[in-house]
Design a protein around this ligand. Structure first.
Ligand SMILES: [Zn+2]
Length: 253
């Protein structure tokens, strides 16, 4: 399995528009973060988790020629606003599979009503196959995908486990019963916004505590704010086998 970090930034991305914060002005490519998303590839499958407003740019940057589907964590704008840009994939491949909680799919139906239109649909609009995720594991080809339930402040969100890899973003609370689904991971990706506490995201300390409990072989932090600091400085402070993810990073599991 190959995982590409398409974006590792928090909701505004880094640099933040108009910001003079030193991290926003950094020349280091590792300090430039598009909105959070990963590309997960195995066998002949190619899936993205979330498709935020930078989706088009991310697909071009990763030279991605095929996307079989999108698996959504939740309906916030930084995770869904690129849905219209599945059009090139739809034109070549036909309907694109989308997975998400029923509430998330309903939100997409409101935000992108023309995509879900069944009568007199505009010919250039893409079409999707909807798959509701209800917490029970589901299969894509031979791979079992296990939803991990959590809370983003009070909003329900799903993380997903794909075999030895798990991707959790926008988490603030994860019940012990859900953490049991994260045993024996090779790689855990989890959100860590900044050092200061935040009401809907793990801060760095909470993310490190979570990693300590889950005990994956390796862990990567994502959904990062410019307030976290410079990539190279933060990386030096992290425990062994914990890494600050950055855009374009590719890992093999
Ligand atoms: Zn987010």
């Amino acid at each position: 399995m190959k995982v590409t970090f398409l974006g590792t930034g928090t909701s505004q991305g880094i640099p933040v528009i108009g910001s003079t914060h030193p991290v926003c002005l950094s020349d280091n490519p590792k300090d430039k973060r598009l909105r959070v998303s990963v590309l997960v590839e195995w066998d002949n499958y190619s899936y993205v988790v979330d498709c935020g407003p930078d989706f088009r740019q991310q697909m071009l940057r990763a030279n991605c020629e095929k996307v079989d589907g999108i698996i959504f964590t939740h309906e916030h704008a930084d995770h869904v606003m690129g849905l219209d840009d599945i059009r090139p994939f739809f034109f070549r491949q036909g309907n694109i599979d989308i997975y998400g909680h029923q509430r998330v799919i309903n939100a997409l139906e409101r935000m992108f009503a023309y995509i879900f239109e069944t009568e007199n649909k505009y010919p250039g609009a893409p079409s999707v196959n909807e798959h509701y995720v209800d917490g029970t594991p589901f299969r894509i080809g031979s791979l079992e995908v296990v939803p991990i339930d959590g809370l983003h402040n009070t909003l329900q969100v799903y993380g997903y486990r794909f075999d030895k890899f798990a991707y959790l973003t926008d988490m603030k609370t994860v019940a012990d019963s859900e953490m049991k689904k994260l045993q024996n991971l090779d790689v855990l990706v989890v959100n860590a916004l900044r050092e200061e506490p935040h009401l809907s995201h793990f801060n760095l300390e909470e993310a490190l505590n979570f990693i300590e409990k889950v005990k994956p072989k390796r862990a990567y932090l994502t959904h990062i704010s410019h307030h976290m600091g410079f990539h190279d400085e933060v990386q030096q402070k992290l425990p062994e086998n914990v890494y600050l993810a950055y855009d374009n990073l590719q890992i093999t599991i």
